[in-house]
Design a binder for this molecule. Structure first.
Ligand code: AMP
Length: 421
């Protein structure tokens, strides 16, 4: 309350209508693309038993230790607003016996998450994530496939981003590395920040995550996990990267990139964007083969990611933003003045029939007009050239599948009606 006028709480905000088209755009693109990869949407509750997150995320994390919105409800049960959704998705997978279907189960979610974080640019206390989880496959190819999907979504949106990858080993090779790390940190302990000094005991891997300036040169000298992987983990990591190479997906191996929980194994990755400033992570993910068992389920391999939608919307390039404000049904590509006049007449008729129609202002060649139509996400392009002027039959291209048909204006109206039905 401010002057007795209720306002949004710190770290929360209204997303106003003028921002909405960008959200709709990125979400629609994700749904369409994730579907092509065989992912199905799941919606889990926004609040769950506190126990789920305490077990599923881990007591030694900042999220569980400091950031959860936890309260006791009227029945005396401790409940928590979800700070992330992986634990919920795995809980649902186990609760509904989805593993019985066999094979890999591919699920995605979109929704708000809640963390009581320090206020900072790019950090909110209610923020939105879109995430995908593959349960039931430990194949390194699935990791490359999921990452490819993520980049296939981000790159056409014009988002500048880099892929960072690492392997965090597994229960066989990591403990020895963690011990080595602990000893190496202890050797210079007094030079580390307070959090790192504490983590050297509780969870030395998390020291690698530290963002404090004075710790950076120290961390750079620490042993690298990639030098201590067991043969199986090293082979898995090699295979994973070979799939990235085959898909021509550029990446950087960053041995400092870790997920600090015990059941995270092998592949970890992050997608960062230079346009985001200090909070530069757009998405993070990894393999969590032990999580199902931690939640009382059968042993099930898992791999997934979460991406921050607030941040993605923030870095959308201006032209995508402009395009997102409308999704025209038709774009009329006009070659020459006479064609443009005809285009004006056709546009009028189509709009009267209820369609959103755009003319090629600012583009002249067919090539540049098609590019513009693509950027504007037009459903169809009607091409009007000399031939079409003479015959009053137009080339109509459906952008979704590039199929093309030649139609008169009445036929076009009939065809569009058929498309909408
Ligand atoms: P995490 O679940 O912490 O691995 O985060 C995955 C992604 O969610 C991050 O890369 C961010 O893009 C986004 N994210 C996490 N925390 C916040 C926050 N407090 N505010 C906005 N976005 C966030």
């Amino acid at each position: 309350m401010e002057n007795d006028r209720p306002t949004t709480l710190p770290g929360t905000r209204d997303i106003l209508p003028d921002e909405m088209p960008r959200w709709h755009l990125v979400e629609a693109r994700a749904r369409e693309l994730f579907d092509r990869y065989g992912f199905e949407e799941i919606r889990t509750p926004i609040f769950e038993a506190t126990e789920l997150f305490a077990r599923g995320i881990g007591g030694d994390t900042d999220i569980v230790g400091k950031e959860m919105y936890t309260f006791t409800d009227q029945s005396g049960k401790s409940i928590t607003l979800r700070p992330e959704a992986t634990a919920s998705v795995v809980r649902a997978y186990v609760e509904h016996h989805m593993y019985r279907a066999g094979g890999a189960t591919k699920l995605y979610y979109i929704g708000p998450m809640f963390r009581h974080e320090k206020k900072q640019k790019g950090r909110w206390r209610q923020f939105f994530q879109i995430g995908a989880e593959v349960l039931g496959s430990d194949h390194p190819a699935i990791e490359a496939e999921v990452i490819e999907m993520l980049l296939d979504w981000l790159r056409p949106l014009g988002v500048e981003c880099r892929l960072l990858v690492n392997s965090v080993g597994d229960g066989r090779c990591r403990p020895a590395y963690v011990e080595l790390l602990r000893q190496a940190i202890k050797a210079d302990l007094t030079q580390y920040c307070e959090d790192c000094r504490r983590r050297s005991d509780t969870n030395p891997l998390r020291v690698l995550d530290c963002k404090v300036e004075s710790c950076q040169p120290l961390i750079d000298r620490l042993p690298r996990i990639t030098d201590y992987l067991c043969a199986e983990c090293a082979a898995h990591f090699r295979e994973f990267r070979s799939y990235l190479d085959e898909g021509r997906i550029p990446y950087e191996v960053v041995p400092r990139l870790v997920r600090g929980l015990d059941y995270y194994v092998r592949t970890a990755f992050e997608i960062v964007s230079g346009e985001l400033g200090s909070q530069n992570a757009l998405a993070g993910g990894g393999r969590y083969d032990g999580l199902s068992e931690v939640l009382g389920g059968p042993p099930v391999a898992g791999f997934g990611f979460a991406l921050g939608l607030d941040r993605l919307v923030m870095v959308l390039p201006a032209e995508v933003e402009a395009a997102a404000t409308r999704r025209p049904d038709l774009f009329l590509a006009c070659l020459g003045d006479a064609a443009f006049h005809r285009g004006m007449t056709i546009a009028r008729e189509l709009r009267r029939a209820g369609y959103t129609v755009l003319l090629p202002f600012g583009a002249t060649s067919l090539r540049s007009q098609m590019r513009l139509a693509n950027r504007l996400l037009a459903g169809h392009v009607v091409i009007i050239g000399d031939m079409e002027l003479a015959t009053a039959r137009y080339q109509v291209k459906r952008m979704e599948d590039s199929s093309q048909r030649e139609l008169s204006l009445p036929e076009l109206l009939d065809y569009l009606k058929g498309q909408a039905a």
